[in-house]
Design a protein around this ligand. Structure first.
Ligand code: ACO
Length: 325
């Protein structure tokens, strides 16, 4: 057994259609829904998001991100012995988007499954992959966050539809003699189901309930800042590290105000905060690996840097992973 797991490659993919706040405001105005570039930027930091075409699925976006991550790791799909996809917008009710992605990668046999923890999905998936590598169940895992949130947005609800976008990010996590993932800390509290949910399900050939995103934004905001700080501090403590050891803070990209509030509480200077929410919007489980890949490819994150990844989302779920690149 190898004592550690380490990220050896990152990748991401955004669907080509970029929708600015002004584009969206025009589309919404045609429905009688009023919003503005200024309101969206001031309250969220979002300037644009990407939307997938109707026939594009989470596994399609995940496939492109996975290919880039494998290439960066110098691996081929045949090396992969575990696939975990974090998504709340799977291709089908079943099978998992991970099984569909496995087939699209042209491989078979290795375990493949989805993790459903909404916007915390990627830190959940990374933690599971780390544990499977440390116990010898896998050596080369593909961990993907992929979403088509545009499918579950209510474009008559301006308080939510301006916040989200589509995309995918991926990492290759491999068994390593050197420490990569240092610690993780995951939580859920199901009593908050109602503040952020898509309250619909399939029954008898029909959708029952409302298959569109519902959110109490202010309740989410308050909870998010508190739990993100707690999870990050727990990770630091488990790894015997302190806040000044963090080279880069990569939180779930939901809202610039939540992200800056968390950085402030953790005493991480804003120059060390990786921000992509301005261009991606909130891509749920894809947001952290998307931001990580942009930071790696943009030359910010370098080998040996210490990263704090943090997710929070529906459930309520939250968690953090501290790692060395
Ligand atoms: N355009 C214009 N006006 C709007 C819009 C919009 N898109 N949305 C709401 N408003 C109006 C409201 O109607 C309200 O008007 P009123 O005062 O006349 O009633 C006013 O703006 C203020 O609305 P609030 O809801 O109080 O605005 P707030 O400052 O709380 O910002 C926001 C709303 C951005 C949703 C904020 O609460 C937030 O960011 N919450 C966290 C949401 C989040 O990050 N969720 C995702 C995390 S988990 C996950 O990723 C799944």
């Amino acid at each position: 057994m190898t004592p550690f797991s380490r990220i050896t490659g990152t990748g991401s993919f955004l669907p080509p259609r970029r929708v600015t706040n002004n584009d969206l405001a025009r589309e919404l105005a045609a429905r009688g829904v009023e919003t503005s570039d200024q309101w969206i930027i001031e309250r969220t930091g979002i300037r644009a998001r990407h939307f997938a075409e109707p026939d594009v699925t989470s596994s399609d976006l995940g496939l492109e991100a996975a290919r880039h991550a494998l290439e960066a790791a110098g691996r081929s799909a045949a090396d992969v012995d575990l696939i975990i996809v974090a998504t709340s917008t799977p291709d089908m009710v079943f099978p998992s988007s991970a099984a569909i992605l496995q087939n699209k990668l042209g491989i078979s046999g290795c375990p493949a499954f989805d993790v459903q923890a909404v916007c915390s999905g990627f830190v959940y998936a990374l933690t599971v992959a780390d544990a499977m590598i440390k116990t010898g169940s896998a050596k080369c895992a593909l961990v993907v966050g992929a979403e088509v949130f545009s499918r579950i947005l209510d474009f008559n609800d301006r308080t939510t539809c301006v916040l989200f976008g589509d995309g995918a990010g991926a990492v290759v996590l491999e068994a390593s003699a050197e420490p990569g993932i240092l610690s993780s800390d995951l939580h859920a509290d199901g009593k908050h189901v109602g503040i952020l949910c898509v309250p619909g399900h399939v029954s008898g050939g029909q959708v029952l309930g409302t298959p569109l995103l519902h959110m109490d934004g202010q309740a989410v905001f308050k909870l998010a800042v508190r739990v993100l700080e707690e999870a990050a501090r727990a990770c630091l403590q488990k790894a015997g590290k302190v806040d000044t050891d963090i080279d880069w803070l990569i939180p779930h990209q939901a809202n610039i105000r939540i992200m800056q509030g968390t950085a402030k509480k953790l005493k991480v200077p804003l120059e060390k905060l990786v921000v992509t929410v301005n261009e991606h919007g909130n891509t749920s489980a894809a947001s952290i690996p998307l931001a990580l890949d942009e930071a790696v490819r943009g030359g910010k994150v370098k080998k040996g840097d210490t990263l704090m990844l943090e997710g929070v989302g529906g459930g309520f779920t939250w968690g953090a992973v501290l790692l060395n690149m």
